[in-house]
Design a protein around this ligand. Structure first.
Ligand code: AMP
Length: 409
């Protein structure tokens, strides 16, 4: 199927083509026509599936159909973090680049109010917001949702996880009933299912597996480490792999993100840290450095796990394993973007085998255990029993880190 067959405004098709998209992804093929017909949607789709365009393109199409009235906002996208909000705004600007007069802004927490207030003085067609900050503006009467056409809840599961339930309900109370609601989430079960029942009407449920050619192709492996200094040596070795273009190294705490980035800098790596203690300006600067390639290694806490979309990231390294299997998926999804190949290497302490097993069960994939010659763990860490899944071990491609830098599987 071609983009032109989706009955989208030709200026949006032109933008998708300019972005290098050859054809709509599976989630786009299903969600765009349904959204254009005005239906509510419940969509579960994998990370990297092209879901942002799946909701933005129909929203932009409807915005382009007729000019707005007064200062009413017609599209609101709610998302859990400011990084994701920035990503979505960038996508809206890319896809809407040929639409004349389109005004989109971000209202996210952690940023100063002044510029947001100035932006709200003019007409705004599309707002991308985090729930807390939007509610603040709503309660002060600075945002008018009475003309809202479409509400998008992006990463709804994550918003609920982060405790935004009451904020979401308060926001929904201010949105007109006669709106379209598009809910995107990794899962549609449990609390998300209950939220969906409250916020949507006769929704179409779309569950999409990774589309051919867009599936996440990430070679995953695991290195057991005796202690922190062993991990540091492993990290230095992995970062010297010539196939590594850019990497995100995940740590459990802000402090260790700072420490590790400091150590790596001393070892001569082009590195920056990214975590929640940094102000928005610092975070933006760091992400910009990464995007332009001036930074090769980003050491981050989970704050960067969602939304970070830098095509040059070839490697994700879990210096510390995430506590939740779901976060593992989001972390490794920072590489292998848009059908490219990626490498995910996790360091595990010997006592973390259970956590590894949980991750394997969640992803229904086994993670290959490897070693680096000369840096083998002293303690033995065999992983005798396999998880319930019978999924084959991830494919080993010849182009990645693995064997090249002296690994053994
Ligand atoms: P998302 O799942 O929205 O985070 O998108 C993942 C990546 O896929 C982003 O880098 C998009 O730019 C890219 N993308 C979205 N739609 C397409 C498409 N139809 N063809 C190729 N890449 C796409």
């Amino acid at each position: 199927m071609a983009f032109a067959e989706l009955d989208l405004n030709p200026l949006l098709v032109k933008a998708a083509t300019a972005a290098g998209y050859l054809q709509p992804t599976a989630v786009q093929q299903q969600a765009i026509p349904a959204a254009l017909s005005g239906r509510d949607l419940l969509v579960s789709s994998q990370t990297g599936s092209g879901k942002t365009a799946a909701f933005l393109l129909p929203c932009l199409h409807r915005l382009a159909e007729k000019p707005g009235i007064g200062k009413q906002t017609r599209v609101l996208v709610l998302t859990p973090t400011r990084e994701l909000a920035q990503q979505i705004l960038r996508s809206a600007e890319t896809y809407g680049q040929f639409l004349p007069g389109l005004r989109s802004i971000i209202l996210a927490g952690g940023a100063p109010f002044g510029p947001q207030l100035r932006q709200l003085e003019r007409r705004v067609d599309l707002i991308v917001a985090t729930p807390g900050r939007l509610l603040d503006h709503l309660q002060r009467g600075r945002v008018d949702l009475s003309g809202l056409q479409t509400l998008v809840l992006d990463e709804a599961d994550r918003m609920l996880d982060m405790g935004f339930t009451d904020d979401l309900d308060a926001i929904l109370a201010k949105a007109p009933d006669a709106r379209q609601t598009l809910l995107f989430s990794a899962t549609l079960e449990g609390v998300v299912g209950r939220l969906a029942m409250r916020v949507t009407r006769d929704p179409l449920r779309i569950e999409v597996e990774a589309a051919p050619g867009m599936e996440v192709r990430i070679e995953q492996s695991l290195l057991f480490a005796d202690d922190r200094s062993h991990k540091a040596k492993l990290l230095d070795s992995v970062l010297r792999d010539v196939s590594l273009s850019q990497a995100v190294v995940f740590t459990a705490t802000k402090r260790s993100a700072d420490e590790i980035s400091g150590e790596l800098r001393q070892q001569g790596h082009a590195v920056e840290a990214l975590h929640g203690d940094m102000n928005q300006r610092e975070r933006n600067w760091t992400l910009q450095q990464l995007r332009t390639g001036r930074v090769r290694v980003l050491v981050a806490t989970d704050v960067a796990a969602r939304g970070l979309d830098v095509p040059g990231i070839t490697h994700v390294i879990n210096f510390d394993l995430p506590r939740k299997a779901e976060d593992y998926v989001h972390r490794i999804g920072r590489t292998g973007r848009a059908g490219r190949e990626g490498v995910a290497i996790s360091f595990a302490a010997h006592q973390e085998k259970r956590l590894v097993r949980d991750i394997e069960r969640y992803t229904a994939q086994t993670i290959r255990v490897g070693t680096i010659v000369g840096l083998e763990p002293k303690a033995r860490s065999s992983m005798p029993s396999r998880p319930r899944s019978s999924a084959p071990a991830p494919r080993r491609s010849s182009g990645n880190g693995g064997t090249r830098s002296g690994w053994r599987a």
